[in-house]
Design a protein around this ligand. Structure first.
Ligand code: ADP
Ligand code: MG
Length: 438
């Protein structure tokens, strides 16, 4: 039997254990590189896929190969060698997938659209269709785990799909900084550093809040930005806050960053959380009951990353126990989560603060700005943010229609005071303990 046939047999044996979509998704681009005296090398399309298959399926594949060949086997996962380079004819080397830094699964297709991100997605699509022409730069911001990085990659993929000649480069801000520092140390490489970042059609820079306070990086970034911008190239940036809120960012960069389209992503609502769970479970070949999906979606608010984390935990436990992820199992998993990840109702927080400070909720929501009201209001905002993890906008609404920058200011104020006021710390800790007993 040749290697191709052996591998085909292995994959069809896997059907007893895994769903067809799972097999297609994870093994579709794999092949058997070699198989001699029980030692098999599986070739994978990327480093990520090799890692993933190794952690999840090494044991299973080893067993199946052992059964098929009637000998004890060892299996390793390696990256497929690249096909002979045609880069001379294709142009600059960073046109290839390996060099653009894009994660294959972060596509528009895999991105669930809901109320909280629909605006960001539609602007992203407009940019995709008209790179460099409308909305330049596009600046996406949100708190962590809400899909900025995913969306950034999705735009990169879509632009490349549309125009195979387009050069796209994804770089986290940290990488820009590190490569710049290295280039400065080795003077000769400065020009290739500049060429790398300034000769692309689309530059995707993630987490620009990390430019804060870095004078030399900001200078270099400013020049990179201008050169690309003037050449009509598309620039897309992300950050955990809007440009004007990034501390120690030069005014000229704040103004450049704000000069195109600034748009935020909010936390997913219940419907969207449920849809994300459905899609992520299906992608993993798990069949979750609707009841289970809704229970999870209701109990876990906050970021998509958190949602994914709990789902993974649930599926892993279910697989280990060889059971389906029932509502009982969900409750067990939720109970084992650290408290802050669990949902504490915003109303509960409001009531607890009002009781402690002997205030009526109406007063907390009123425009009143006396000391007796301002402090409890700030504490409420702080607890809402940390315990129920609702968005700044939602906190603002709950506190009488204040806007999100006011809330951000309150949070900053409390966080600062907490570091130097032990009495405030004890008040906040008492409330936190009351709301989420360990
Ligand atoms: P951020 O960059 O805002 O911190 P990420 O883009 O890293 O967030 O998203 C965290 C995880 O959640 C990723 O695995 C991403 O694929 C997933 N995710 C976020 N938003 C969505 C969405 N709308 N649909 C599907 N997956 C999402
Ligand atoms: Mg990110």
């Amino acid at each position: 039997m040749d290697k191709k046939e052996i591998w085909k047999n292995v994959l069809s044996c896997l059907e007893a254990e895994l769903s067809k979509p799972t097999i297609a998704a994870f093994f579709g681009h794999t092949e058997l590189g070699s198989f001699e005296s029980g030692v098999a090398k599986v070739l994978c399309p990327s480093h990520l896929s090799a890692e993933y298959l190794k952690t999840r399926y090494q044991k299973l594949i080893t067993e199946v190969l052992g059964d098929l060949s009637g000998q004890s086997c060892r299996v390793s996962f390696e990256i497929k060698p690249l096909p002979p380079t045609k880069s001379q004819t294709l142009g600059p080397i960073f046109k290839t997938r390996e060099q653009d830094g894009l994660v294959p699964s972060y596509t528009f297709e895999n991105f669930v659209i809901g109320f909280s991100n629909q605006l960001a997605v539609s602007v992203a699509q407009v940019v995709t269709e008209n790179p460099g022409k409308l909305h330049n730069p596009l600046f996406l911001h949100s708190s962590v785990g809400l899909g900025k990085t995913h969306l950034l990659h999705a735009i990169g993929h879509a632009i490349k799909e549309q125009d195979q000649e387009a050069t796209v480069l994804y770089s986290p801000t940290e990488r820009f900084t590190n490569e710049m520092v290295r280039a400065i140390q080795d003077r000769r490489s400065m020009s290739s550093f500049r060429k790398k970042f300034r000769s692309v059609d689309v530059l995707l820079v993630d987490d620009t809040q990390f430019l804060a306070g870095r004078v030399a990086t900001q200078e270099e970034f400013f020049n990179t930005f201008n050169e690309l911008y003037l050449a009509g190239k598309q620039i897309i940036l992300t950050s955990d806050r809007r440009p004007s809120e990034i501390k120690q960012l030069e005014d000229r960069l704040v103004s450049r960053f704000s000069g195109g389209m600034v748009i935020d992503i909010q936390e997913p609502d219940l419907d969207m959380r449920a849809e994300i769970l459905r899609r992520k479970a299906a992608a993993r070949g798990a069949n979750l009951q609707e009841e289970t999906i809704l229970l999870l979606a209701e109990q876990i608010s906050g970021s998509v990353r958190q949602l994914e984390g709990v789902l993974n935990q649930l599926l892993t436990i279910a697989a280990a126990q060889n059971t389906v992820p029932s509502p009982e199992l969900v409750n067990g998993v939720l109970a084992s989560l650290p408290q802050p990840k669990r949902f504490i109702s915003p109303e509960g927080i409001l009531t607890a603060v009002c009781q402690k400070f002997n205030l009526k909720p109406e007063v907390l929501r009123s425009p009143k700005r006396t000391k007796e009201v301002v402090r409890p209001r700030q504490i409420t905002a702080y607890l809402l943010r940390n315990l129920s993890q609702i968005s700044l906008q939602q906190i603002g609404e709950l506190l009488g229609g204040r806007d999100h920058s006011t809330i951000l200011h309150s949070l900053g104020k409390i966080e600062e005071e907490l570091t130097r006021d032990p009495f405030l710390r004890s008040q906040v800790e008492a409330l936190r303990a009351e709301l989420s007993p360990a």
